[in-house]
Design a protein around this ligand. Structure first.
Ligand code: UD1
Length: 424
């Protein structure tokens, strides 16, 4: 258990490079289970706790995984286990991403049911409903999902909500199903497109047009494959906000601009300016110049291309220093404002009314000991600590380590005064 000590108040200046996207890497790693006696190579997999958990889970199923420079290599044997390791699934909800590929490949799966978490109940009913429609029999016994299907069959599936995980699980399962699967009202997150590109590199026939409609024509076996993980748009946006909240100037290299359009649009509305540069290799970077005064704004989180729920806490932290009242409505998760009380301990003035945070801007924040309740909440507290006067101690930092590679090193390279220490 670690905590982060931050001596805040100084504007951050400089440049950092983005990591590979956690939420793209995890489903792409799970997709290796579609292979048989073959190899998958992924480039740009971030070094994160959640990635280690997925490595642990895949290894327990029989996959051997090694690192070769920036590449992660997955050698998948002809036979893998169909029972997912309870400890890994309990550690990380995204472990449920093995359900679809494992069922399609092995004909049966046993998966401990992932529990709720501090941002909401997060059921996997849509994943299970879709697999059932594809012919699987699914039973929940003793806290485990038991699913089986000799041969999954392509179907037309309508998702009641554009769930990211359900879209990914069904897309992977459909690759080895018999016939054509059409999934409607799918998630449109960029990570879905990255997964589709990987599946295509396995030979899968998938049409995705970013319109919430995905068509997969099933096949009997797939081929060895390779893909690069896209830049992590949530990490990129977090460093952009580190520049904004501290009144500094931060550049982030390796950015896909379309993926961060919602954040840039809202920042522009708040009076922040930015510039974009493309180097000779075609790689984009973005530089953000903080505003003298941050104007209040209204935001509603929505599935992509709406404003990402995973940026909501960091944006609320930033708006605590705006000049007026901002409203931030959370529409994706039920309970994503637990961290607001911690920000208020630092001098913020946030009231929660149902699904909306009402943020009355204050002149300054002051350092305090605060608890990270989840990954993005932890990032929000770090941002607040960077802007606050005096010393902030963010406890339960392991939540943050799940999703941010070398966050202390990167922030230090921007001039932050930070140290990591074991919890007392
Ligand atoms: C993914 C991301 C997470 C992000 C979220 C929304 C990964 C590894 N994680 O999570 O960082 O915050 O997308 O952008 O990619 N739901 C159901 N039933 C289901 C599935 C989902 O009711 O079967 C609900 C959830 O409780 C939640 C909403 O749908 O309220 C969105 O969840 P979903 O899009 O599935 O998120 P994840 O894939 O879990």
């Amino acid at each position: 258990m670690k905590s982060m000590r931050i001596k805040g108040g100084a504007p951050l200046r400089g440049a950092v490079r983005s990591q590979g996207a956690k939420n793209a890497a995890l489903p792409m790693m799970a997709a290796c289970l579609l292979l048989k006696g073959q190899r998958m190579t992924l480039d740009n997999v971030p070094k994160l706790q959640d990635v280690d958990t997925m490595v642990e889970l895949l290894s327990s199923l029989g996959v051997s995984i090694k690192q070769d420079g920036s590449k992660t290599i997955f050698d998948v044997p002809k036979t893998v286990s169909h029972a997912a390791d309870e400890a890994s699934v309990r550690k990380m909800r995204a472990s449920s991403l093995v359900l679809g590929p494992l069922l399609a490949r092995c004909g049966s799966v046993v998966l401990p049911l992932p529990g709720g978490c501090s941002i909401g109940s997060r059921p996997i009913d849509l994943h299970l409903k879709g697999l059932t429609q594809m012919g699987a029999s699914v039973e929940i016994k003793n806290g485990r999902v038991h699913a089986s299907a000799q041969q999954l069959r392509g179907r037309r599936i309508y998702l009641d909500f554009p769930s990211v995980g359900a879209t990914e699980n069904l897309m992977m399962a459909a690759v080895l199903a018999k016939g054509e699967t059409i999934i409607e009202n799918t998630a449109r997150e960029p990570e879905i497109e990255n997964l589709a590109a990987l599946l295509r590199s396995m030979g899968a026939r998938i049409d995705t047009e970013g319109t919430g409609y995905i068509r997969v024509r099933g096949m009997e076996e797939v081929a060895p494959c390779a893909m690069r993980v896209i830049p992590d748009r949530i990490e990129v946006c977090t460093y952009i906000l580190a520049g904004v909240i501290t009144g500094g100037e931060v550049t982030v290299y390796d950015v896909t601009l379309d993926h961060i359009a919602a954040l840039l649009a809202k920042l522009e509305e708040a009076g922040v300016s930015f510039s974009v540069d493309t180097n000779d290799a075609g790689e984009n970077s973005v530089t953000v110049y903080a505003a003298k005064k941050l104007s209040p704004i209204s935001i509603k989180t929505m599935p992509y291309p709406g404003f990402p729920t995973d940026m909501q806490p960091q944006m609320v932290a930033t708006l605590t220093l705006s000049d007026g009242v901002s409203l931030v409505e959370e529409s994706v998760f039920q309970a994503r404002f637990l961290y607001a009380a911690e920000l208020n301990r630092m001098g913020a003035n946030i009231g929660i009314k149902g699904d909306t945070a009402v943020i009355q801007g204050v002149k300054s924040l002051s350092g305090a000991s605060v608890q990270a309740t989840d990954l993005r909440a932890g990032a929000a507290l770090i941002l607040a600590g960077l802007a606050a006067s005096g010393e902030t101690r963010v406890e339960n930092l392991e939540h943050v380590m799940r999703g941010y590679e070398n966050i202390d090193g990167k922030l230090r390279s921007l001039g932050a005064e930070i140290s990591l220490e074991p919890e007392e």
